[in-house]
Design a protein around this ligand. Structure first.
Ligand SMILES: [Ca+2]
Ligand SMILES: [Ca+2]
Ligand SMILES: [Ca+2]
Ligand SMILES: [Ca+2]
Length: 482
């Protein structure tokens, strides 16, 4: 059993720091001739994940997005004023690290947030912008609070990408009914499960693992050894250091998860977006990662039942930055396919599919041209029980509407077909799962906030019933819920 500790992580970072200090500073330093007008989507995800890994509070989190926007428009700048570099414009000659380190977004963010945590602790009355100033010591101390609104928007975007979970299988007990899972992702890193009884989620504070998926890691579920019970997986991300790009799996015993074991040591590093699905149809879930950058590459590592094989590129260009990637078997051939929601305005809210042939994903095919507009939350699942995965989108605003479009095997049919007209309001988190085991995926929402309830809307095959409370305390703010 491999157990990772936070201390181990910090020690390895320090060791890396000690060796790297010998690196020479660059002879020449370039001032920036221009700074991009917009943020780099990958940079904000790495800043967000790093802050989560340090368990920062909301105020400290926001301060980093204010500082990053003011200093670099959230870009990893290879230039800057005097000796300043990187997303936070840190200076190698003022003790922030070597130039190479500062140009590592994870390292730079760790430097920023470690100091911000101390500033906040010593000055509990500080606003986010004052915390940013405390760390940055800028000649223009008022600039940070002035960009609060922009910083909140970027924070929300980063969280949305980090929480991309358009499909997940969560039957950890193996009885044919999907259960609910929550990962605390704080210093305790606990994993709780509430199994479905068919009409409710049972149990409060039933811990299935007491150290898995630290803050900043991505937690998902899937049946990796093919025994009919869904297991859990954590992607460490990172960019450098011994823990970067690791993938840990903890297998379900039906009543708990075993200790995490490393199944891959280089997959979904940095800001990549990982997913889970059985792409070759052998009954074992595999891992998929979307680089989610301008290259838009998609890599797969197949499960052999006890580890994941080498990462292999299965698609050259799919779901680049700003799109919303997902995985599901949309044509019902037993092999999971890739899906991306472009999420533009109504004129550019397409759904593109890449079908699996068992060893790669085929060319992108448009299966719908108006679905999941803008900030809606799309999901993938078989809501009518015909064996082909369909698409569902939640507005999660004051309208609280839920739309579905059914797979025909070659496209998704139906535009603005409402399956429920009040489910998921702002701040809540929706998923799909077959919680009563009738073969049709139902809708589930974690209210979070003050109530921490879980509601379910069962699928009838043509709509979702009104929400019923299945749990009254599960999945708190800041936790990852599946
Ligand atoms: Ca497989
Ligand atoms: Ca398929
Ligand atoms: Ca279907
Ligand atoms: Ca169902």
């Amino acid at each position: 059993m491999i157990r990772r500790t936070l201390t181990g992580l910090i020690l390895s970072t320090l060791a890396a720091t000690a060796t790297a200090i010998a690196v020479q500073a660059p002879v020449a330093h370039a001032a920036c001739t221009s700074i991009p007008a917009n943020h780099d989507p990958a940079v904000i995800v790495m800043v967000y994940r790093t802050a989560r890994s340090l368990n920062v509070n909301d105020k400290v989190m926001l301060s980093g997005f204010e500082a990053g926007w003011v200093e670099s428009r959230m870009n990893n700048l290879p230039c800057g004023d005097k000796s300043s570099l990187g997303v936070f414009q840190q200076r190698w000659d003022y003790g922030w690290g070597t130039p190479e380190q500062i140009m590592d977004v994870v390292y730079a963010s760790t430097q920023y947030y470690s100091r911000a945590i101390v500033c906040d602790r010593n000055n509990p009355g500080y606003r986010p912008g004052q915390i940013a100033q405390c760390v940055q010591r800028s000649g223009f101390p008022d600039r940070y609070d002035q960009v609060e609104s922009k910083a909140r928007t970027l924070w929300a975007e980063a969280r949305r990408v980090a929480e991309t979970a358009a499909s997940a299988s969560t039957d950890v007990t193996g009885d044919g009914r999907d259960d609910v899972l929550t990962f605390t992702q704080n210093t305790l890193a606990d994993v709780y499960v509430a199994p479905s009884t068919g009409s409710a989620f049972a149990g409060t504070s039933v811990k299935w693992n007491d150290f898995f998926a630290l803050g900043g890691e991505t937690a998902r579920s899937g049946d990796f050894n093919g025994d009919g019970r869904d297991d859990i997986v954590a992607f460490t991300h990172g960019t450098t250091g011994t823990a970067a790009g690791d993938v840990y799996v903890a297998l379900s015993t039906g009543t708990g998860f075993t200790g995490g074991a490393k199944w891959h040591d280089w997959f979904a590093p940095g800001a990549e977006v990982p997913a889970v699905g059985d792409v070759n149809g052998d009954g074992r879930d595999d891992i998929i990662t979307f680089t989610h950058n301008p290259a838009g590459d998609v890599y797969v590592a197949l499960s052999n039942g006890s580890s994941f094989g080498a990462g292999v590129k299965w698609h050259e260009f799919f779901s680049p930055a700003n799109e919303y990637p997902a995985v599901g078997d949309v044509n019902g051939d037993g092999k999971d396919d890739i899906i991306t929601f472009t999420q533009g305005p109504a004129s550019a809210a397409d759904v593109i599919v890449g079908l699996s042939n068992g060893s790669s994903f085929g060319p992108g095919l448009k299966w719908h041209d108006l679905f999941a507009v803008g900030a809606e939350l799309p999901r993938v699942g078989d809501v009518n029980g015909d064996g082909k995965d369909d698409i569902v989108t939640f507005t999660c605003n004051a309208d609280a509407d839920v739309y579905a479009a059914l797979s025909t095997g070659t496209g998704f049919a139906g535009t603005t077909v409402k399956w429920n007209d009040f489910f998921c309001t702002a701040g809540e988190f929706p998923i799909l799962g077959d919680v009563n085991g009738d073969g049709k995926d139902d809708i589930i929402v974690f209210t979070k906030g003050a109530t921490n309830d879980v509601y379910v809307g069962l699928s009838t095959g043509t709509g979702f019933l009104g929400g019923a409370k299945w749990h009254d305390f599960f999945g708190l703010n800041g936790e990852t819920t599946l």
